[in-house]
Write a protein that binds this ligand. Structure first.
Ligand SMILES: [Zn+2]
Length: 225
């Protein structure tokens, strides 16, 4: 198993969004790129952090930060996707509550506060400000991600953060041009196929009028909205 090479969805998104998107869906089934400490180490290294190891408790910290980011992203995007809410919190019936968002912000704050601030060092007789390479420990890496999330959630990109409403998609993306509606071309194609299917169902429904008006398709694409 390679520890450094692994593809992830939407690798061009900003760092915090890349962490959000370690939860993704394939044919309606949820996939999680961060289920083991090795998963977390691989993700961190693939995303540019020189982290050397990840302990089980540190995996928990990564997953905790991801959950907090998803809560805030859900709030900012008005995310009402059932599939995304199911993975974002304990209660799938509740669209992100203000208390949840406040608690998530505390988690992000706590992580960003752990960013290494550097220290004074004497180098060749000179007093210098020395900063360690960011992300060499889990604490540092999560601090960098949390700080980047704080910038994303409060800066100009906050209004461009989107929840993808492709069928069963749980991904987020930053809308980098005004015509982008979906996280990917594949999601756009699935959404168009689902729309086509619905239209076809609407056109054929009157012919089966009578006692079958409440009949539901069971094997069709199942768009969220
Ligand atoms: Zn999508």
């Amino acid at each position: 198993m390679s520890t450094l090479e692994r593809p992830y969805v939407l690798p061009g998104e900003p760092l915090p969004v890349r962490l959000l998107n370690t939860l993704w869906a394939e044919r309606g089934d949820l996939r999680d790129d961060l289920t083991t400490p090795t998963d977390a180490l691989t993700w961190l290294r693939t995303n540019g952090f020189p982290t050397k190891s990840v302990a089980p408790s540190e995996l928990d910290a990564v997953v905790e930060l991801r959950a907090a980011l998803r809560t805030v992203a859900g709030h900012l995007t008005g995310d009402d996707r059932v599939s995304a809410l199911r993975v974002g919190g304990d209660d799938p019936s509740v669209v992100t509550a203000a208390d949840d968002v406040a608690a998530a912000l505390v988690v992000i704050d706590e992580h960003s506060a752990l960013a290494p601030t550097g220290h004074l060092a004497l180098v060749d007789g000179q007093v210098q400000w020395s900063t360690p390479p960011p992300g060499s420990t889990i604490e540092d890496a999560l601090a960098v991600i949390a700080a980047a999330a704080a910038v994303l959630f409060t800066g100009p990109d906050a209004s461009r953060l989107r929840a993808c409403h492709g069928p069963r998609c749980v991904l987020y993306f930053v809308q980098d041009h005004s015509r982008r509606q979906w996280c990917s071309l594949a999601c756009g194609n699935r959404a168009r196929a689902a729309r086509h299917y619905r239209r076809h169902q609407d056109e054929t429904a009157p012919r089966s009028r009578g006692k079958r008006t409440s009949e539901q398709p069971s094997t069709a694409p199942h768009p969220l909205r």
